[in-house]
Design a protein around this ligand. Sequence first.
Ligand code: SF4
Ligand code: SF4
Length: 355
Amino acid sequence: MWCDREMRKDKSSILDEGESMSSTVYFVDARENNTPIVKRLGALVEHLSGDDSLSGNIAVKLHFGEMNNETFIKPFHIKAIIDSLSNLHKNAKFFLTDTTTLYKGERFNAIDHIMCAVYHGFSPSYMGCPVIIADGLSDEGVPVSENVEIAKVIYECDAMVVISHATGHGASSYGGALKNVAMGCVTKRTKRWQHEVTKPVLNEDICNLCGNCENACGFNVIKIEDGKIHFDSENCIGCCACIAACDVGALKTAENASELIQKRIAYVASEVLKNVRAYFINFAIHVTPFCDCAEMSPRFICDDVGVLASSDPVALDNATIDLIGVSAFEGDPKVQLREAHALGVGRLSYKIRKI
Ligand code: SF4
Ligand code: SF4
C-alpha cells in the first residue's frame, strides 16, 4: 500500500485499522542466502509495489555520500532497484534526488552536489535517469508548517521512493527512513531548526588541540589560537561535523540532545509525509557508527543484515534497528520511532516477510 498524500493528511488514518495490527516489512536477508543481494532487489521491489501503479515524476531519495565517504549505498544497488521500478511502472519517470547540506562540505550547493553524485557513480548514463537537487540553486522550499519547508522538487513530485542507508548517528543515535525524510527532504532552514538542539559541548580536558574540528567546521565557529581552543557557541548551527571529526571524543552533544533532535526528526518527517506519497527501502549493510555525511574509514557496528522495504517507515525503521541490535547504537535509537508513531506516521508493530 502506497502512502497516499490525502491519507497522510488524516493523521489517524493509518492507525484506525487497529493499534494491534502490524505492518509488513519485506526482507532480503544477507546472512541466509548465497544469492547476491543485488540479484534479489527486483523481487523486493515487486513485493513492495504489489498491485499499486506509479505514474508521473517519481523522486528516488538518496544520500549520494559525502566526498571521501566510502560506505554510501552503491550505484549498482540503486540501479537494480530503478530498473525493477521502471519495468513495473511504465508510466513513471524516475529521477535521483537529495537536498543541499547544512554544513559546508562538498554537497553544500547544487552544482557541487551533482558533481559529487557523478563522482560516486550516479551518472545519468549509467543510472538511466538524471540527478535533480531538490532544493535547487537557491534553497527553494514550500512551507507546510511554522518550522517545516519541504524542498520544492520533492513537494512537486508525484511520489517518492526513499532509499536509506541505515547507520548510527552522532546526534540522533540512528538514521534510517525517518531521518532521510526529515533531514533530507527539506530546506536548510528546516535542517537548521532540527539541528538547533545538537550544538556540541566541549571537554577541554581531553582536547589535544589537533585542529580536526577547526578544519571540519565550515562556519568558523571553532578556532585553535595561542595554544587554546575557542568555541563560539552562539554562532554554531549544530551540524555536528566537528563531533564526527574529533577522534578523542572531546566534542559531544548535550545529554538530552539526542532525544530532542529525534523528536524534531519525527515531527518533520510527519509533515513531509502528509504531503508526499512515499515508500521506503533500508539498506542495513556496511552499517557505520555515523551517517554518510562523514568522511571516515569504514568501521562497522554489526555484520551485514540485508535490505528491508515497507510502505510504513516506522515499522521499517523498527525492524531495521531490531535486526541490527539496539545495543549497537549510542543511546536510545527508538525515540524518533515512538514519536513518529504517536504523530500517526506508522505502526511500531511489524511482521517480517522474507524474500
Ligand atoms: S562548531 Fe561543530 S556543530 Fe557547530 S557549526 Fe561548527 S562544525 Fe557545526
Ligand atoms: S578535534 Fe577534538 S581533540 Fe582535536 S582540537 Fe577539536 S576538540 Fe580538540
